[in-house]
Design a protein around this ligand. Structure first.
Ligand SMILES: Nc1ncnc2c1ncn2[C@@H]1O[C@H](COP(=O)(O)OP(=O)(O)OP(=O)(O)O)[C@@H](O)[C@H]1O
Ligand SMILES: [Mg+2]
Length: 269
């Protein structure tokens, strides 16, 4: 299905990493299809190693697919690099640069003058909860602050589509909940289109318009579920029957895959 209205469309994406010294050939992705409309918040959940980060690396133009298509606005771009905002799984803040110099890094690499980059960063730094921390080193920040700094760097790049790879994966449950609420506010105010990877089904339902479940490696889209919960989302919704039912539907294939994997590894009681 090719729709010119989709902001991002992925068709039959395959990625095989060739065998290298001491390493077997790995088929990471096997025919991934995906659609993202303008302004949507869509999440992907899937077992570890199923190719989620590989998919993002392809969409960001860092890795070439073996086959398949990536369309932006219904068209196949000559080059994907630089077309989307990308926050990789590791936040990659540079320990020798201050918070301010870290968040402006992407802009500077795009040729924006340092003074202008700083001006743009300072406009937003308060909304990202980093006011007063501009001169700190990344090692002196809490986990939540580090992630907000990495998110600010991604937002400042100014792309309409943003790929966020498990941005809250390393945070404790309470910080994570607060960050989810904050991210939804930022997303709604900025009208971005977000593709979000998480291991956490509850997080996926809470944030998203739609959730894709990937199979174990080689990764494919196994299930796609719409989340018809109203917005703005509230903390209280997590306990609603609709929320619990959606969570159970998404967890079922993941639970089956995890059980099969454990059995394949010979674990038993
Ligand atoms: N550059 C590479 N060369 C060879 N194999 C790779 C490369 N990058 C990823 N892989 C392999 O591809 C598979 C998918 O990796 P990927 O990091 O995309 O998984 P993931 O779903 O993001 O996992 P996690 O949930 O643990 O982050 C893994 O088996 C990984 O070892
Ligand atoms: Mg990953």
């Amino acid at each position: 299905m090719t729709g010119s209205h989709a902001k991002l469309e992925v068709e039959g994406l395959v990625k095989a990493f060739p065998a290298a010294a001491g390493r077997e050939r790995v088929v990471a992705l096997e025919g991934v299809d995906l659609r993202l409309a303008a302004g949507e918040f869509v999440s992907i959940v899937g077992p570890s190693g199923c190719g989620k980060s590989t998919l993002f690396n392809i969409l960001a133009g860092l890795v070439r697919p073996s086959s398949g298509e990536v369309l932006l606005g219904g068209r196949r771009p000559q080059e994907l690099l630089g077309k989307v905002g990308y926050m990789p799984q590791k936040d990659l803040l540079m320990p020798w640069r201050s918070v301010l110099d870290n968040v402006t890094l992407g802009l500077e690499m795009n040729g924006v003058k340092r003074r202008e980059a700083r001006r743009r960063a300072k406009e937003r730094i308060a909304r990202f909860g980093l006011a007063g921390f501009e001169r700190r080193w990344p090692t002196n920040l809490s986990g939540g602050m580090r992630q907000r700094a990495a998110l600010l760097r991604t937002f400042l790049a100014g792309r309409e589509i943003m790929l966020l790879d498990e941005p809250f994966g390393a945070l404790d449950a309470l910080t994570r909940q607060a960050m989810q609420e904050w991210l939804l506010e930022i997303w709604q105010a900025d009208r971005k289109t977000i593709l979000f990877i998480t291991h956490d089904v509850e997080e996926a339902v809470y944030l998203s318009d739609r959730v894709y479940v990937m199979s174990g490696r080689p990764g494919r889209m196994q299930l796609c579920v719409d989340v018809p919960l109203p917005r703005p989302r509230t903390f209280a919704m997590i306990a609603s029957p609709e929320f619990v039912e959606l969570k159970a539907r998404l967890l079922r294939p993941l639970h089956e895959a995890a059980t099969r994997q454990l059995e394949a590894q010979g674990a038993h009681v």
